[in-house]
Design a protein around this ligand. Sequence first.
Ligand SMILES: NC(=O)c1ccc[n+]([C@@H]2O[C@H](COP(=O)([O-])OP(=O)(O)OC[C@H]3O[C@@H](n4cnc5c(N)ncnc54)[C@H](OP(=O)(O)O)[C@@H]3O)[C@@H](O)[C@H]2O)c1
Length: 260
Amino acid sequence: MASPARPVALITGASSGIGATFARHLAARGFDLILVARRTEKLQALASELPVHSDLVTADLATDDGVAKVVEVIHNCPHLELLVNNAGFGSLGRFWLADPASQEAMHRVHVLATVRLTHAALAAMTARNKGGVINVSSVAAFSINEGNVSYCATKAWMNSFTEGLALELRGAQSAVKVQALCPGFTITEFHDTLGVDRKGIPGFLWMTADFIVQTSLKGLDKGKVIVVPGWIYRTIVTFLRPLPYSIRRHLRRPFRDRRV
Ligand SMILES: NC(=O)c1ccc[n+]([C@@H]2O[C@H](COP(=O)([O-])OP(=O)(O)OC[C@H]3O[C@@H](n4cnc5c(N)ncnc54)[C@H](OP(=O)(O)O)[C@@H]3O)[C@@H](O)[C@H]2O)c1
């Protein structure tokens, strides 16, 4: 059982990559953990290496039942101080040719699960005037790409949702913090799952999950709402952000029919 004296963090998509890295860094900061993903054995392996108490929740966040299970866990966790909505995946191919079920699953995981879990967490956090939510978005939130439409759209939604919440929390003079974390290319299982060869992307664009998580947690300490790790990506985003669609559409990544 989690110690009542210790803060608790719930991380979705904790079975690999950025989520597992959040677990390691938050354990080092003294958090007990609730780790959520579909691959129970990966969660068990992670929990066995961590020096803190971890509860494991096997849930598919693309399903109503999976999300409801995690909402219930949040309702039963009075010491939840941090929610990390990190679970996610990419897709390739033109929208109308892509598998509709996987497109819908992406919206369910990135959008619906984030809405439901954040609502459950903020109800208690705002009442206690303490806590935070990190939504793991992407630099794709600032761009539009052929072959990647739902991914860019759902991540753009995450940024807008987070900025809106930050405004409401500030308006309510709440101490609860929210952050949209916007990584660029990060070495995790993400591109393996997608079938993309990392060699097709220049080496200087890759970052480690450790760097992403350190930057996020430093940003959370300072109350930063949009966190873009790495100066290269911050520069790209600074130029992209104010541009109208009529210009941004000419800066898109060219569509590739085959997986690189
Ligand atoms: N890697 C990058 O270059 C990059 C860049 C920008 C943003 N991101 C974002 O970072 C987040 C984490 O990705 P990652 O890079 O760490 O990739 P990853 O290693 O593939 O991790 C993805 C995590 O999401 C979980 N997940 C996927 N679908 C799920 C579902 N239906 N229900 C529950 N859990 C699910 C996976 O767990 P199970 O398979 O065990 O369920 C896994 O733990 C994602 O939101 C991604 O969009 C990644």
